[in-house]
Design a binder for this molecule. Sequence first.
Ligand code: NAP
Length: 332
Amino acid sequence: MPRREELQGKVAIVTGASSGVGWQSAVRLAEQGVRLCVTARRRDALEALRARVEGAGGECLVVPGDVTVGEDVDRVVRTCLERYGRIDLLVNDAAVQTYGYFDQLPWAHIQRTLDVTCMGFLRFAHAVLPHFRKQGSGHVLNIQSMLSEGAAPLLSAYTAAKHATLGWAKTLKLELHGTGIQVSNVLVPSVSSPMFDHAPTQFGLQPVPVPPTYDVDLVARAVVKCARRPGRTVTPAFLQGTLLLWLDRVAPFVGEAVLGRYGPRMQMERASVDRPEGNLFQPVPQGVGAYGSVPATPRWKRFTAVAGLAALAGGVLGGAALGARGLARAVR
Ligand SMILES: NC(=O)c1ccc[n+]([C@@H]2O[C@H](COP(=O)([O-])OP(=O)(O)OC[C@H]3O[C@@H](n4cnc5c(N)ncnc54)[C@H](OP(=O)(O)O)[C@@H]3O)[C@@H](O)[C@H]2O)c1
């Protein structure tokens, strides 16, 4: 069992804090007494977060920056150290995604998605690790995705970036063994963040997550748990989490058939949007705060889906057992 960390008074840098998972994780960490340094490109959104955190009695330093710009990353780390004198936790969250068939995506979109979503994590960790080494402690907590393990159509560049960051994080964990520096990952399912209001799309239709969609706060609470018990890779959801990972291992053809056939349609709404570049190169004004326009799937619907899947699996396993018994009798 990993050691339990006391969070009161700890210092955390949270990237991508102007909305969604980053915003809500910052709010939840501050509730535990963590002193924050929050960053993203939208200063106004970060100031709104600061007002909220300080209004609740917390501490929050705002340092806007772009995770693709090395000087910005160094400035965030330096300013945090100047204010608090230490850094205990880096929550790597900032990411972008871009919807389109791989061969139809502009090359610049593919590169930018990888630069923000993968290289942004690496840049921040690279800037923070020398301080962690000096301290002999620290924690790199990466906001990953179910797409760090699996795949979905229309999100090839994002999926590549997420697989890469998980591979990097696993290696980093091995390299830091015995140093007192921890590495954790949270495998995020589809959540009700503004990501789908930010993302560029080649289809002119509003992107939506692969269902079911969970409340952003599920992830923020997992981040707090992970900050307390570092060093793990956690999967906060069951249906689009533990169960899906297991199913993908035992019967990968099921996911391939469903997502191959229905995946593109599942990820688009009829509502039209004109967002060919979204928030890739410049931030967009919409989507500040934890929640976006896509609501979370009601709990009863998720429960019904799990019950349906369990019944299906029971039927398949029962049928297979009966078939095997019949076969065994026939060959006897
Ligand atoms: N939403 C989901 O269903 C889902 C599913 C799996 C994993 N995740 C993961 O959850 C994390 C957060 O995503 P989210 O859902 O909260 O989306 P989001 O609301 O769009 O948040 C993304 C954050 O990244 C920041 N950002 C984007 N480009 C940046 C850049 N170049 N430099 C600095 N900051 C930048 C954005 O702020 P600015 O625009 O102000 O810079 C924003 O704060 C990501 O790591 C994502 O991969 C989300």
